[in-house]
Design a protein around this ligand. Structure first.
Ligand code: 5AD
Ligand code: SF4
Length: 480
């Protein structure tokens, strides 16, 4: 993984190769020539800015995009008047789409003063036909549109745009292709996200992800292990394994392999100190995985286990394939095996047909489980999903009122908050504290943050910190 390709050795007088990733390396080299010429003409580097919306999958995709752009010769910036602007979009909830339209309007006005600017859009929202239609008619200044399945083709699409001067649109409905060995530009030197699978087969009735990210595809275990070994050599100590539903990893591989088995293989890699993963679907969480988490020294004591609703009636309509009772049993089993585990979750309020009784069941689960934190969402109607046409859409005021009550309940019932006060814990030092530059910020195995005094040189290392004081969802500590 990530072998270095010498771009100067690629013969651009030849036709582009047909096989990937060679074809893309060819286009990277070709775009690089153009960018170099343009930059010489302007007497300055060409700048690129990536704006990422949404989840960790998107952040990971943006790292890949950034890797390609850097190889092409762009210098990354975060200003919106760059030469190349890319919006990596999300569509899981309606307001994510609205934010993109808002930003695009302003971007179009900026482009008028920067005629050479190239604006590209990619990500989940681009997999929706209605969104793309709207962009084609109302945002005609956009130069390149691609989706979630063909990120690897960015250089080829850019070259097409350089050649054609027209809006370039390349959207794939689905794919079984996984292209390895392309450039990559990691956001952090000491921790990294690693895709283990793409897509989702679950079709929860409210969720648009299976439609925009396609069917489940697992990466080859050897590719994953090689990538992680490479990261460890580069000094990465913490890995976050990424997938919409990591617990069903490997089911469709030629030689099937369970997620638990993959985790135990990853654990053996020297240099990797911490392994996290997300997201786990409760219906697929196996005893084998619980056993690996119990035995492991490296798998973090944190499990993100989305419940979505505490009402078994709604869970069935949501097509989640577990009940409140089976979820609570699972929680008990996990807590019995890994007593100090921190549990977090996702909850939707205002799903069509949600009654006060259904909602009270969600509140009951929150009290029983004591999540350390919860991502809480007001249901958002996504056209094309089964829930969008269901009867009993909940009034916004009712949903908002439930949302507020839910937040309070989550806060009031957190188990881990404060639990480790006055103990010494290992933390991975991540950054200088944003609010107070005199402090460093690090993360406990259970994902809670700790702020403490220390030298910047500690960033990226795992240190012992005494947790002096709990502040609810974070700690103040001192370096040992
Ligand atoms: N409305 C609100 N929240 C949603 N999620 C997914 N689809 C929707 C929707 N239509 C939430 C779920 C999921 C998280 C990533 O986003 O809780 O777990
Ligand atoms: Fe959406 Fe359900 Fe798949 Fe998660 S498991 S991405 S909520 S369909």
């Amino acid at each position: 993984m990530n072998e270095i390709i010498d771009l100067d050795n690629i013969d651009l007088t030849k036709e582009p190769p047909l096989m990937e990733p060679d074809r893309q390396w060819y286009y990277i080299a070709k775009c690089r020539e153009l960018v170099k010429a343009k930059s010489e003409e302007l007497g300055r580097p060409l700048y690129a800015s990536i704006i990422t919306f949404g989840c960790q999958m998107n952040s990971r995709d943006s790292e890949k995009i950034s890797g390609i752009l850097k190889q092409i010769g762009y210098v990354e910036t975060d200003t919106e008047d760059a030469d190349f602007i890319l919006y990596n979009t999300c569509t899981v909830r309606e307001n994510a789409n609205n934010r993109v339209y808002g930003r695009l309007g302003a971007q179009g006005r900026l482009k008028k003063d920067h005629p050479g600017m190239i604006i590209a859009l990619c990500g989940c929202m681009m997999q929706e036909a209605t969104a793309v239609e709207k962009i084609k008619t109302s945002y005609r200044f956009v130069d390149i549109i691609f989706g979630t399945h063909n990120i690897f083709k960015l250089a080829e699409l850019l070259q097409t745009r350089f050649d054609s001067k027209r809006m370039v649109i390349d959207l794939w409905k689905n794919t079984d292709m996984i292209v390895e060995n392309l450039p990559n530009d990691r956001q952090y030197s000491f921790k990294a996200g690693v895709n283990i699978m793409f897509g989702c087969n679950n079709f929860c009735s409210y969720c648009i992800v299976p439609y925009v990210r396609g069917r489940e595809r697992s990466r080859n275990p050897q590719d994953i292990l090689d990538e992680i070994k490479g990261l460890a050599k580069d000094g990465v100590v913490e890995i976050m394994l990424l997938g919409q539903n990591v617990n069903s990893y490997g089911k469709n591989l030629e030689t099937p392999m369970s997620f638990a088995k993959l985790l135990s293989e990853i654990e053996k890699i020297d240099g990797i100190e911490r392994v996290r993963f997300m997201t786990s679907h409760p219906k697929d969480l196996s005893d084998e995985l619980i056993e690996v988490m119990k035995q492991s020294k490296k798998v973090c004591k944190h499990l993100h286990l989305p419940i979505q609703s505490g009402s078994s009636r709604l869970l069935q309509i949501m097509n989640r394939r577990y009940t409140k009772e089976s979820y609570l049993e699972l929680v008990e089993k996990i807590r019995a095996a890994v007593p100090d585990i921190s549990l977090t979750t996702d909850i939707i309020v205002g799903f069509p047909g949600e009654t006060e009784e259904d909602f009270l069941e969600t509140m009951e689960v929150v009290r029983k489980v004591g999540y350390d934190s919860a991502f809480t969402f007001v249901y958002s109607k996504r056209t094309g999903t089964p829930a969008a046409t269901m009867e009993g859409q909940v009034e916004e005021t009712v949903a908002m009122e439930r949302f507020d009550r839910l937040l309070k309940e989550v806060k009031a019932n957190s188990v881990a908050a404060g639990k480790d006060e006055h103990t010494t814990q290992k933390i991975l030092v991540e950054e200088v504290n944003e609010q107070n530059p005199g402090l460093l910020t690090g993360r406990l195995s259970n994902n809670l943050l700790v702020h403490f005094k220390g030298s910047e040189s500690l960033i990226g290392t795992i240190v012992d910190v005494f947790l002096d004081e709990s502040k609810g969802f974070y700690y103040m500590g001192s370096l040992i």
